[in-house]
Design a protein around this ligand. Structure first.
Ligand SMILES: [Zn+2]
Length: 183
């Protein structure tokens, strides 16, 4: 099965619950995926795609569903034309000197958005879901999304790229909204 097959399988899967900040798993450094992890990893994909599409979001990292392993999903496509990608053990090889600000949000920080400055283009190496080593040059929104998701594997949230003042403001607002939601 390839990325598109797993994305399609999400139609039959229950969305995996998404972990909301400040859950500790979001702050851990995720471990590398080993060849013997692949089968179990593949089994998590339909539920993870379902959660990402339902949200809706354009990226989801394994720690966001409580799995501290280095893999992420992204899909910038529309419902009629999916463009799913699963990146296992992804690494940024090079980044452009050109930086771009872009508004970011995160499924683990619902309803919180802020402009984050990141390299406009990156070259990324990863293992595909079929076990191949891939290298891709990406730019624009896809580059932002992939950098945001790889950050999750190192316990970094988009608010960490902001000033302490701004970050604390967002985290306080999130905590308050989540508390209201629970009552
Ligand atoms: Zn995120």
């Amino acid at each position: 099965m390839n990325d598109l097959d797993y994305s399609r399988a999400s139609a039959e899967a229950a969305p995996t619950p998404i972990v909301i900040a400040p859950q500790p798993v979001l702050r851990q450094t995720a471990r590398l995926v080993k060849p013997e992890d692949m089968k179990a990893l593949q089994a998590t994909l339909p539920g993870m795609f379902a959660a990402m599409y339902q949200a809706p979001g354009i990226g989801l990292a394994a720690p966001q569903v409580g799995i501290s392993q280095r893999y992420v999903l992204v899909d910038l496509g529309e419902e009629e034309e999916r463009q799913p990608m699963v990146l296992i053990n992804p690494e940024i090889l090079t980044e452009s000197e050109v930086l771009t600000p872009r508004e970011e949000g995160c499924l683990s920080l619902p309803n919180q958005y802020a402009e984050v400055v990141r390299p406009e283009a990156v070259r990324v190496r990863y293992t595909s879901v079929t076990g191949e080593t891939c290298e891709r040059e990406v730019d624009g929104l896809l580059a932002t999304c992939i950098q945001h998701e790889i950050d999750h594997l190192d316990g970094i949230l988009f608010v960490d790229h902001l000033s302490t003042l701004r970050r604390n403001m967002i985290m306080r607002r999130l905590a308050k909204e989540q508390k209201l939601k629970r009552h």
